[in-house]
Ligand binder design. Structure first.
Ligand code: SF4
Ligand code: SF4
Length: 479
């Protein structure tokens, strides 16, 4: 599907920084189990402060506040994706007081072990949607001895441009972050994936790649151009496009292609953590609101309602947590926070789509990027034949939303099929979290065995060539 003709009035240049009245910080935004709050009701906090830490021996990622203020509540909330988690509520004192220790490093001379530790402590998770703690993903990539690190700049959803804005404004951070992470992973090649139509981002990337090539002479950095269509950046599609490998739902890029893929926003955040000591406490989000679509820089945990309020969209419209194709409609935008993986929030006019029975036009099957027959899978799910739906490949659905968009009968195929597929993944995640629960006194959280799949550490005594350990500059070059 070609969405290259994006809305002509998208305000891609202006980046407004939001200072919300409050933030709601879920202790679980990542793949894993919730963190434990490190603050209490009444605690005063500064921006950058850690308010949630993983319990010992658990697979989790620390949570930091992006505003200063007072903790007003710690309560369990339910996110639109079904995750129930404790959350820390912070009222903003509007002083924007930042933790004193957040100052840019003067020189850079870190080992891979140091770098992975900094990335872990900064609470960085995959910001493109999957939410795997980045330090753990690096460690797993090392175990697979990957050759390639892929930087996903293929934001292909209609209207969303948050990733592209990061590339445009901070291409140096994206490329240097990727170089640092490539060294930590042991990858020798960096492939930056971007649409051939993104001319201005390409220009910025080319300049940064040239500079990085001088500072990281051992790395082979190249830009790979992709067609501008939706969906594009899903790992199984990338595996097919770059390596001509057909990947099944249980295959990984690491195992099948000796490659690991990170989102460009994640790479930006890694360099911000390494160079500036900056934890992941804010992110760029596209407010998709028709003619008033724009990007904002918002603290993680900002209620969706405060982001929508930056647009002129009527508040009575339908509000979606995420993108119009892949997001989830919500009723309570004032109490629903953006999380580390939220790249867009969307407002769509409330219109009634005429609905008829399936007319067997075949359009959904023609356009499904996973080669499913959505009409058949949908019908099986309606009849409760889940086993048959799974055999038809229903679990492969990547929730792109194309089938619902294209269906002339107005049938919301994607919603049903994607829920079925994601339920399958939750079962899978729970089976990875197989160890028993333990009582922390406050919250019941699962003890984690994901560490078997994602070893959470690069051991300092690993036999890595000495050069591969220095990150990123010998003798501590000024940043
Ligand atoms: S939402 Fe799922 S079934 Fe529908 S087109 Fe996308 S991948 Fe195919
Ligand atoms: S696109 Fe809609 S009408 Fe056409 S086959 Fe699929 S479900 Fe039926």
């Amino acid at each position: 599907m070609d969405f290259s003709r994006r809305y002509p009035q998208v305000r891609e240049i202006l980046l407004e920084r939001i200072n919300p009245r409050r933030v709601i910080l879920p202790m679980k935004m990542h793949y894993g189990v919730p963190c434990l709050p490190t603050v209490e009701v009444g605690s005063r906090v500064k921006a950058g402060q850690c308010v949630g830490m993983p319990a010992p021996h658990t697979f989790a990622s620390p949570v930091h506040t992006g505003i200063s203020g007072t903790v007003t509540a710690i309560e369990t909330i339910k996110l639109p994706n079904g995750i129930e988690t404790p959350a820390v509520f912070i009222e903003n004192d509007m002083k924007r007081a930042v933790l004193e220790s957040i100052v840019p490093r003067k020189t850079m001379n870190l080992t891979s072990h140091d770098a992975v530790g900094i990335i872990r402590a900064a609470g960085i998770c995959g910001m493109g949607g999957e939410g795997i703690p980045t330090a753990a993903k690096i460690s797993r990539a090392r175990n697979y001895a990957v050759d390639d690190l892929l930087v996903n700049c293929l934001q292909s959803e209609p209207f969303a441009t948050s990733d592209l804005m990061i590339v445009n404004e901070h291409s140096g951070y994206v490329v240097y972050g990727a170089a640092a992470v490539a060294r930590a992973c042991g990858a020798k090649n960096i492939k930056i994936l971007i649409s051939h139509r993104r001319k201005s981002e390409l220009k910025m990337l080319e300049g940064s790649v040239e500079r990085a090539a001088r500072d990281f002479p051992d790395l082979n950095i190249e830009i790979k151009l992709f067609r501008d269509r939706f969906p594009q950046g899903y790992y199984r599609l990338v595996g097919k496009a770059l390596y001509s490998v057909d990947m099944g739902p249980n295959d990984t890029l690491e195992g099948k292609c000796k490659a690991v893929m990170f989102n460009c926003a994640t790479m930006y955040s890694c360099w911000a953590a390494l160079a500036d000591n900056m934890p992941l406490m804010e992110r760029v989000v596209t407010v998709c609101a028709g003619a008033d679509t724009h990007n904002v820089l918002a603290p993680i945990g900002t209620p969706v309602g405060e982001l929508i309020a930056t647009s002129t969209a009527p508040t009575t419209d339908k509000i979606i947590w995420g993108n119009c194709f892949t997001g989830i409609a919500i009723d309570n935008p004032e109490d629903t926070p953006i999380i580390k993986m939220t790249s867009a929030v969307t407002v769509v006019p409330k219109t009634e789509v005429p609905r008829t029975p399936c007319i067997h036009c075949g359009l959904c099957s023609e356009t499904c990027p996973m080669s499913l027959s959505p009409n058949i899978v949908y019908e099986m799910l309606v009849q409760g034949l889940t086993q048959k739906a799974a055999e038809e490949g229903g679990r492969d659905c990547i929730a792109c939303g194309t089938c619902s968009y294209i269906c002339p009968a107005g049938i919301d195929l994607a919603n049903k099929i994607a829920l079925f597929a994601s339920a399958g993944r939750v079962i899978e995640e729970n089976s990875l979290l197989h160890n028993t629960k333990f009582d922390t006194g406050k919250f019941d959280i699962g003890e984690v065995s994901l560490l078997e799949e994602y070893p959470d550490e690069v051991k300092p005594d690993e036999k890595i060539p000495k050069d591969g350990l220095i990150l990123p500059f010998k003798e501590g070059k000024p940043v």
